[in-house]
Design a protein around this ligand. Structure first.
Ligand code: ACM
Ligand code: ZN
Length: 546
């Protein structure tokens, strides 16, 4: 056993604002005495035991064994240390300067991926985790506990916890509107808070290409900028704002986001759209289209006829260059290649596309799309990556190893799982968080359509009833999607994502039998303190339901 001062003290500083900034002790869930989102698998809170543990920022942390994964966790807290040091200094008389009590951390692989046990007993807080992610989630739970017990005095408790699903995703479209690296980090902070572990970063679109590729500079000098943006809905007669709009992420920006996410045990899943939703790329390199252009990045929302030509080998060479860059920047297993909403009109009239179909013996344009995706899958597979696509990639035949993201309802996910492919459920209802979250929608900020209430998200069951037990193993989890046509500012993104994101997080983490919507609302109400303190804008309709 070794005592490691620096790294693990940093962990305690994360909790420091809790001690320092807290006012009165908060009310907690009547049944458990403490409130954690997402609800742990098992939580025993022995209020009657009296105080068995007094934590302070000076409590020594004991780490059993030396694990490089544990070491890497310390990085998360470093940033907190710098900004919170001042707070510590200005409250030297606070209660938290009390005799030290050890925190004991250890790893036990048999607990399983992302799992942890945390126990407070006899003056000791012991955390055992199945892997570094599990240790991180224990810290996240502890942070929430300490927010509700700002004096650091805790009764006996025990938490046994692990996630129900391995894919707990949130998506963000940075193409219809662009968000800074700092804003992306604030988004990732939310994912980490709710133990979500996949950030699907939608990086290319008709309206803007957002990823720098050093050898393809026109993607960002031309493709990242649109000359103006439609105002309101794109209905005739459309009105435009006349303002040039755009932005992109440099390699450094991307590396920074990937690093920040990894510290929080979040895998970044980049999406490079093909063959459709590619107008910004075609504006930069019109020779990659069927007609030769010219084009400009789209200035309004919709589905556009001009897509990557499936008959020209230069298109595949271009995409391979882009994907090689993607693979070098994103260490995660998955690369999302879009595949949705690709009109076939240009392919039908293109001699290159028609020749390709003849040469390859493809019966129709759906099979041509399937050829396209399979060819890209082979390339990604050669670099050790897995391809994910929206459910349209089922049309014309699924690529051999592809994972399907089911968005047009659940049918795509069901078909994929039945065919032995992995699937991620993200049906418009209730996983599209760009839909309205309250009725009447006339009182809400303009949104794309529809109504996905908080309770509908909370009641969502990702495993389709149609599947048998063996097939359900292919349902990796689910994901909330935030398309940003109607969200020009980051505050609007968080307004739409909150509180639906924590509701989905609980669906994906907690065993169904532990879930209760009224209980969730109680915990959510407490959670608003953290959201307020961190300056997140969120929808408050749920407060009226209580
Ligand atoms: C999608 O919403 N077009 C995947
Ligand atoms: Zn073509």
């Amino acid at each position: 056993m070794i005592v490691r001062a620096a790294g693990w003290f940093i962990f305690l500083f994360l909790c420091l604002p809790v001690w320092v900034g807290a006012q009165a002790k908060t009310a907690t869930d009547a049944q458990t005495g403490v409130s954690i989102i997402p609800q742990p698998e098992q939580l025993k809170w022995h209020s009657k035991s009296g105080v068995v543990l007094r934590l302070s920022p000076h409590s020594p942390v004991v780490v059993e064994g030396v694990d490089p994964g544990l070491d890497s966790l310390a990085g998360v807290w470093k940033q907190s240390l710098r900004s919170l040091w001042k707070l510590q200094k200005c409250s030297t008389k606070s209660q938290w300067l009390r005799p030290a009590h050890p925190i004991h951390l250890s790893m036990s692989a048999p607990l399983g991926a992302e799992a942890y046990r945390m126990e407070a007993i006899n003056g000791r807080l012991s955390i055992v985790a199945g892997d570094p992610a599990g240790m991180f989630y224990a810290f996240v739970s502890l942070q929430q506990i300490l927010e509700q017990h700002p004096d650091g005095q805790l009764p006996a408790f025990q938490i046994i916890d692990r996630p129900r699903f391995s894919w707990r995703g949130m998506h963000l479209d940075v193409c219809r509107h662009f968000f800074t690296v700092d804003e992306i980090k604030r988004y990732l902070d939310l994912l980490a808070r709710y133990k979500m572990n996949r950030f699907h970063w939608h990086l290319t679109e008709d309206q803007g290409w957002r990823m720098e590729v050093p050898t393809l500079t026109r993607l960002t000098t031309v493709g990242a900028w649109r000359k103006e943006t439609v105002m309101g809905r794109p209905v005739s007669p459309m009105r435009f704002d006349g303002l040039r709009y755009g932005g992109f992420y440099t390699r450094r920006d991307i590396q920074e986001v990937v690093r920040y996410a990894a510290e929080r045990h979040i895998v970044v899943v980049p999406e490079i759209e093909m063959p459709g939703h590619a107008l910004a790329a075609l504006a930069a390199y019109p020779e990659l289209s069927c007609t030769g252009g010219p084009f400009e990045p789209a200035t309004h929302w919709g589905v556009f006829d001009d897509v990557f030509c499936a008959g020209k080998d230069t298109v595949f060479r271009f995409l391979e260059t882009v994907l090689t860059e993607v693979v070098s920047l994103f260490p995660g297993t998955w690369v999302h290649i879009g595949g949705d909403e690709c009109p076939k009109k240009r392919w039908e009239a293109c001699s290159d596309c028609q020749s390709r179909m003849k040469e390859e013996g493809l019966a129709d344009a759906h099979e041509l799309q399937s050829y396209f995706i399979r060819r890209i899958e082979r390339f990604l597979g050669g670099m050790g990556r897995k391809l994910i696509g929206w459910d349209e990639i089922l049309e014309g035949g699924l690529a051999p190893e592809a994972t399907v993201m089911s968005w047009r309802g659940t049918e795509g996910g069901i078909a994929a799982a039945r065919a032995g492919h992995d699937a991620i459920m993200s049906p418009g209802r209730p996983c599209y968080f760009d839909h309205y979250q309250a009725q009447p929608d006339s009182l809400e900020p303009l949104a794309i359509c529809c109504y996905n209430s908080l309770s509908a998200v909370y009641d969502y069951e990702p495993i389709p009833r149609e599947l048998n037990l063996a097939e359900t193993r292919h349902i990796l989890g689910a994901q909330g999607n935030v398309w940003t046509e109607y969200m020009p500012h980051f505050d609007q993104v968080t307004y739409m994502a909150l509180p639906r994101m924590p509701a989905l997080a609980e669906v994906l983490w907690s065993p169904p039998q532990t879930r209760s919507y009224p209980g969730f609302l109680q915990r959510l109400k407490l959670e608003t303190r953290w959201l307020d303190r961190r300056g997140y804008r969120y929808a408050r309709h749920f407060l009226e339901q209580m």
